[in-house]
Unconditional design. Structure first.
Length: 167
């Protein structure tokens, strides 16, 4: 494409973002239908904007993660409920059971390291200033630290889709 290309009157970026967030919804919906059982070694890292409209998390977590938070769905989660606009799930943080509700529009990354699959999204919330924070760690096994295979957020508006396979 040339640099002289006219601005599109069709919001392609928004359409693609919405379609890829639907992938997250479909995957989580499949897990919900199986009673919350993750097949094989699948597990998910889901990063979302804590200040996005519709996000419901306890104040203690919002204070700890004022901008962005990553949760892990692996061993210890419950009451996964998925609808057209988002999902809710129960997780334990420092042995405190917690219910989170997250709209798909708040999600900035979805990664399944078991199969080297990852999606990155443009932040749906532009009025929240970025602040450095710790990574979220719920009490599930394997959630310690960062995932080295997780794509970096370079701030671009390009969606990254990685369909590579482990060898």
């Amino acid at each position: 494409m040339s640099e002289n290309a006219p601005d599109s009157l069709i919001p392609y970026d928004e359409i693609v973002q919405e379609a890829l967030r639907a992938v997250v919804g479909r995957v989580l919906g499949e897990i919900e239908r199986t009673g919350g059982d993750l097949p094989g070694s699948h597990h998910f890292y889901i990063t979302f904007k804590t200040g996005a409209p519709g996000v419901s998390i306890p104040t203690r977590l919002r204070e700890r993660f004022p901008d962005e938070m990553t949760i892990v769905l692996q061993n210890k989660f419950w009451d996964l409920e998925v609808n057209e606009t988002g999902f809710s799930v129960g997780l334990s943080f420092n042995q405190i059971p917690t219910k989170l509700s997250i709209p798909f529009a708040a999600i900035t990354a979805f990664v399944d390291p078991a199969v080297d699959f990852g999606l990155q999204f443009q932040a749906a919330v532009t009025d929240i200033a970025h602040e450095e924070h710790e990574n979220a760690q719920n009490d599930s096994a394997g959630s310690e630290g960062d995932d080295p295979d997780r794509p970096d957020d370079d701030g671009s508006n390009v969606v990254t889709v990685d369909f590579g396979r482990k060898k």
